[in-house]
Design a protein around this ligand. Structure first.
Ligand code: SAH
Length: 516
């Protein structure tokens, strides 16, 4: 008999990935790698959609089951998982599950479905909310003096509290999926012998900017939760460790929850790659970030000159963006070639990110300047006598590299590999953009693109005086300038916009306060 795996196409593979509890920084490195390699991503309600920025290449499918209203059954998810893996010549599927894969989320059923279908799979464990949500509320689940064991239980069980007596020797209890039935569960635990005065805490949306936590005792926690209006997703911790929250609270006073940008939406306009570093800085200060790409890439209308320039080229290939690397590979691929076609050339990357793009394709950059940027690349490139340079770039390439190299007497040729053009904004993004509290602009071209695509009725934070001038010229009336050209300073400027807005009492009249 033919084993089931013999029928499975070669690339078919499923990564069952624990997405962590919410904070996108709590994804594991292996989880990130699996996302980067994915053709298809299936993600949950509890897996932070921000994680999808690790897989812009992938088809993404939302398969959330929110609360009890099931949009899609577990069986359907398992079927879809296997079907997606077997599609075409076989695809790499990343299945992002909230928290850890095997803590309640029915991950084992999905793994079993893979086994049945003969689809190879891996499990990438994640940071479970059972430990992380208490930790972000300042509650350790164990403590040398206070708690030497903990148990994680589900409040969503049909057998009710029948097994609670068996937990009587466990110091800390962590309850998942238990907000709805908290009254009953607390009563059952007390009936099973747990002291009603045991401290208890409930943490909603732990590790995210929406985190809220309340404390009480086993006897009171259900009522406290109801009064505070906390709902799923939340974990409840029962045990002496809850007292430690008084001294160990940290996240709730961190900038992400208490900073000026906490709960505000900041739109980050992008006219090239690399804007996600700014998004990270803003998120660390509590902002909800809306990334708005204002440009998109297209192949150069005529690729024959690039192909000709590359043919038999033996000098330095200059790559000054990730997009250049990507477009180069498309070009090779379409010509039926691969990286070996570059064998006789030396590769220079403008910075570590571009070097990484090469590394992802199995090639090591021969040179990366000490500081990223065209100026440093031009000054430091270790050209030997007679070596030529070929710059693969877009129609918008700046002259800096050419000027620097020419000044050193190094032959420079430019070939247009791709084009940068304004990206139309889809209506959904436009709508969300209009609701943003601040829009950041990192360049004059971002200001002009934004004005052309969405108008000028925005409060903007500009990266520097030139960008600010360009923004005013483009018609923006409310502009705040970063005090220096750094991401931190731009985030400060965004915060100043927000503070100004609240101080004026105009946009935020609900507060009833007007400052002179
Ligand atoms: N596999 C997940 C749990 C899935 S069950 C994990 O390891 O975390 C879903 C339950 O997890 C929710 O009902 C809630 O109890 C808990 N949960 C998930 N994310 C949470 C979060 N950010 N804050 C609080 N509870 C969370």
């Amino acid at each position: 008999m033919i084993p089931p795996s013999a029928a499975v196409p070669s690339r078919a593979f499923v990564s069952l990935i624990g997405a962590g509890p919410g904070d996108p920084g709590l994804l594991t490195l292996r989880g990130q790698q699996a996302l980067q390699a994915a053709d298809v991503v299936l993600f949950d309600y509890l897996a932070n959609p921000e994680l999808l920025r690790h897989c812009p290449q992938a088809e993404t499918i939302y398969v959330g089951k929110k609360g009890f209203s099931e949009y899609i059954s577990q069986e359907q998810i398992s079927e879809l998982l296997v079907a997606k893996a077997q599609e075409g010549g076989g695809r790499r599927v990343a299945r992002l599950k909230g928290g850890d894969v095997f803590v309640f989320g029915r991950g084992s059923e999905e793994a079993e479905a893979c086994v049945r279908a003969g689809v190879p799979f891996e499990v990438v464990p994640g940071v479970t909310s059972a430990i992380a949500a208490p930790a972000y509320a300042g509650i350790p689940v164990t403590h040398r003096e206070v708690a030497r064991s903990f148990a994680v239980l589900t409040g969503n069980t049909k057998e009710g509290g029948a097994h609670y007596e068996r937990l009587s020797g466990v110091d800390t209890l962590v309850l998942l999926m238990g907000v709805r039935n908290l009254d009953q569960i607390a009563a059952d635990l007390i009936a099973a012998g747990r002291d009603p005065q045991t401290p208890a805490a409930t943490v909603q949306w732990g590790t995210t900017p929406q985190q809220r936590a309340v404390t009480g005792t086993l006897a009171t926690i259900a009522q406290v939760v109801r009064e505070a209006g906390l709902q799923a997703p939340a974990v409840t911790v029962v045990g002496e460790v809850v007292r430690l929250r008084d001294t160990l609270r940290w996240f709730e006073s961190a900038p992400v929850l208490a900073g000026p940008l906490a709960g505000k939406t900041v739109a980050v306009t992008r006219t090239r790659e690399g804007a996600s570093a700014l998004s990270d800085v803003l998120r660390a200060r509590g902002a909800q970030v809306l990334e708005v790409p204002l440009i998109r890439f297209a192949p150069a209308p005529d690729l024959a000159p690039v192909a000709a320039a590359l043919h038999d080229f033996g000098g330095w290939l200059l790559l000054t963006s990730n997009q250049a690397v990507r477009a180069l590979w498309t070009l090779l691929d379409e010509a039926g070639l691969d990286a070996r076609a570059l064998a006789g050339m030396k590769l220079a990357a403008v910075g570590p990110s571009t070097a990484r793009s090469l590394a992802e394709r199995g090639l090591k950059a021969d040179f990366v300047p000490s500081t990223p940027g065209a100026r440093h690349l031009a000054a430091e490139l270790p050209v030997e006598r007679g070596e030529a340079t070929l710059h693969l770039t877009s129609q918008l390439a700046e002259d800096e590299l050419e000027r620097g190299l020419s000044a050193r007497g190094v032959p420079y040729t430019r070939a247009e590999l791709y084009r940068t053009e304004p990206a139309p904004l889809d209506p959904g993004t436009l709508e969300r953009l209009r609701q943003a509290d601040v829009v950041t602009l990192a360049s004059g071209s971002a200001a002009r693109h934004l004005a052309a695509l969405a108008g000028t009725d925005f409060r903007v934070a500009a990266m520097g005086p030139q960008t600010a001038d360009a923004a005013r010229e483009a018609g923006f009336a409310q502009v705040i300038v970063a005090h220096e050209a750094s991401l931190d300073a731009l985030a400060d400027a965004a915060a100043a916009v927000v503070e100004g807005m609240e101080g004026s009492g105009v946009q935020d009249a609900g507060r009833g306060q007007t400052r002179a």
